[in-house]
Design a protein around this ligand. Structure first.
Ligand SMILES: *Cc1c(COP(=O)(O)O)cnc(C)c1O
Length: 395
């Protein structure tokens, strides 16, 4: 595909995904004919209630959980916040300890930091230079007052898959031996549609998901809460979602999330070899064409969809603009704040120097990505870098 083509080569699926037609079609009636409030008693409301119930069955089926363990929320971020702050306030105000990692999404890191301001303690376990958490190190951070351990299943910037089951098992053993009552939460927002979400196999008590990362709608999430776990709700009011998340249900989006999750789970295994091949081509191609690119070639425990690469002496944001000019949409780990470029906390945790980390680009593949799209990137990227380096003072 050439740059004059008006189709965007979208390689930012870890940021968001386009909604599937099947999902949109299933949602549409809930905006118009089936508009009832699920809590009302007449038959119109029953239709809306049935839509929410069916979505709950779909999610429970994929997670291998009970339906009453599924709570619909307003986003993946809200699910994380509910798990973290909801458990903290249920366990006692201002006292207790949380173990998490230094590569979590900000929707985990920031609520944990908020708890620290309220007087709770937190330990952030680092990763090795491939982005993996050591289960022994994680478990050994548990103390008698630890109430929560939160570790993400798939990282949104670098695509590493953590050994969540192993981490959960070791954390529980460690908790047992020091008399702590620890629940395990996982942010599985990036794992959905990529790896299994079976909550029993993963050994987790809480799991967060989001609609818009799986070709579903934005503004809807799921929190799996294992039976017996008590959380203080973040949002109280009419008592919807069994008192765990008040507010009239976002019926259409909940219906869309259920359908999107079932569809992505049913295609998960059949998509894998194709995505792995495209991913391998992209990684190999970058290494061949740009020898000084910093990229984890081995990718021992990574999903194929998410690829991070750093370049010395150029800013990620400039590369993105250059790629955008050629019709390619990618993302950088760094966040541009008003004056300076902040390197990604995930890349710093891998041990990258800040000057290198600001030169990172993330390509995230999706169900529509083709061989042509990969060829297109492998043609454009060296050209963009060459142009930027001609003007860069540091090379
Ligand atoms: C996108 C994302 C979230 C946040 O989900 P929203 O629905 O956008 O709030 C949380 N965690 C991870 C790993 C994500 O990639």
């Amino acid at each position: 595909m050439t740059s004059s083509d008006d189709r965007i080569n979208y390689l930012d699926h870890a940021a968001t995904t386009p909604m599937r037609n099947e999902v949109l079609e299933k949602m549409l009636p809930y905006f118009t004919q089936k508009f009832g409030n699920p809590s009302s008693l007449y038959s119109l409301a029953g239709e809306a209630r049935y839509g929410v119930d069916e979505a709950r069955e779909q999610v429970a089926h994929v997670l291998n959980s009970r339906e009453n363990e599924i709570v619909f929320t307003g986003s993946g971020s809200e699910s994380n916040n509910t798990a973290i702050k909801g458990l903290a306030s249920a366990r006692g105000a201002g006292k207790g300890h949380v173990v998490t990692t230094s590569i979590e999404h900000h929707a985990v890191i920031h609520p944990v930091e908020q708890l620290e301001k309220l007087g709770y303690d937190a330990t952030y376990i680092g990763v090795d230079n491939t982005g993996l958490v050591d289960p022994e190190e994680f478990a050994s951070a548990v103390r008698p007052d630890t109430f929560l351990a939160s570790v993400m299943l798939v990282n949104n910037e670098i695509g590493t898959i953590q050994a969540v089951r192993h981490i959960a098992d070791r954390t529980r053993e460690s908790a047992m031996s020091c008399g702590a009552d620890v629940l395990i939460h996982t942010d599985a927002v990036q794992a959905a549609g990529k790896i299994s979400l079976n909550v029993d196999e993963l050994g987790v008590d809480m799991m967060s998901l989001s609609g818009h990362k799986i070709y579903g709608p934005k503004g809807v999430g799921v929190l799996f809460v294992r039976r017996g776990v008590t959380l203080e709700p973040l949002i109280s009011g009419g008592g919807q979602e069994r008192q765990r998340r008040s507010g009239t249900e976002n019926v259409a989006s909940i219906v869309g999330l259920g359908e999107a999750l079932i569809l992505s789970e049913s295609e998960r295994l059949s998509n894998r070899s194709r995505l792995q091949r495209l991913s391998d081509r992209l990684v190999k191609g970058i290494v061949e064409k740009i020898p000084d690119a910093i990229i984890d070639e081995k990718r021992l425990s990574h999903v194929p969809e998410i690829i991070n690469v750093s370049f010395q002496g150029v800013e990620g944001e400039s590369i993105l603009l250059g790629l955008d000019f050629k019709g390619i949409a990618a993302s950088s780990g760094s966040a541009c704040s008003s004056a300076s470029v902040e390197p990604s906390h995930v890349l710093l945790a891998l041990g990258q120097e800040p000057a290198l980390a600001v030169g990172s680009v993330r390509f995230s593949l999706g169900r529509h990505t083709t061989d042509e799209d990969i060829t297109d990137v492998l043609q454009a990227l060296p050209v963009v870098l060459k142009q930027l380096r001609m003007f860069s003072p540091s090379t």
